[in-house]
Ligand binder design. Structure first.
Ligand code: SF4
Length: 213
């Protein structure tokens, strides 16, 4: 097992026993995230829904099928990317995750990003978008990457939102088709020696807990 796979396994083990926020009370299974530890692209969604909570995997069910179809359109499978969420446990009745739940869960996602060190982080939906585009409106910024220090942050519509509004399909298709060029651009920057900053620097209790591993 690679170092990255082992480190991701340690984070997942931490998540499995986590009771740091109230979402642990209603979960069936935790959904720490899944995919390739060496992924060049990392997708970040919002939180587990019913199917994810049952299976312990991110983006299964209709949204997951659609994401797989989009990946296939650019020659990728879900095993080649990493898929995670801003919260790792299902909010009751699929409500939005609360700010304090996102903040409490943040160190796990921060650590996953640090371990995987992706070239491109794709945000799916407004809660992951808010990490990198605090004042962004998805209708205005979708498909427009922000490039910082050898990493691109790429906001896309949430697949579930596109399924609910088929009028967004052409925009989602076009945004997805730009991903391979963005990855190639970031590869070139890394080859030229541009490195992303270390993350995270938080000293909050969950981070301290994670650092024990
Ligand atoms: Fe812990 Fe995150 Fe689950 Fe909350 S959502 S209990 S912080 S793993």
């Amino acid at each position: 097992m690679s170092d990255r796979a082992a480190l991701l396994g340690e984070i997942a083990a931490q998540v499995r026993t986590c009771t740091l926020c109230g979402l642990h009370r209603g979960r069936t299974r935790t959904v720490p995230g899944a995919g390739n530890p060496n992924a060049e692209i990392m997708f970040i969604g919002e939180g587990p829904g019913f199917n994810e909570d049952q299976q312990g995997l991110p983006f299964v069910g209709r949204s997951g099928d659609y994401l797989v179809k989009l990946l296939k359109s650019i020659g990728l499978t879900r095993d080649q990317v990493f898929i995670g969420n801003v919260v790792k446990c299902r909010p009751p009745e699929n409500r939005d995750p609360l700010p304090d739940e996102i903040t409490t869960c943040k160190p796990y996602l921060d650590r996953q990003i640090e371990v995987i060190d992706p070239l491109v982080i794709v945000t799916l939906g407004r809660f992951s978008m808010a990490r990198y585009f605090p004042n962004g409106k998805i209708t205005q910024i979708h498909g427009k990457p922000k490039i910082e220090d050898g990493r691109a942050y790429y906001p896309l519509f949430h697949p579930a939102a596109v399924l609910r509004n088929p009028g967004l399909v052409p925009q989602m298709d076009a945004d997805f088709k730009r991903l391979p060029d963005l990855v190639a651009q970031m590869r070139a920057q890394r080859s030229a020696g541009v490195k992303p900053p270390d993350v995270p620097k938080d000293d909050d209790p969950p981070m301290q807990q994670l650092r024990l591993f």
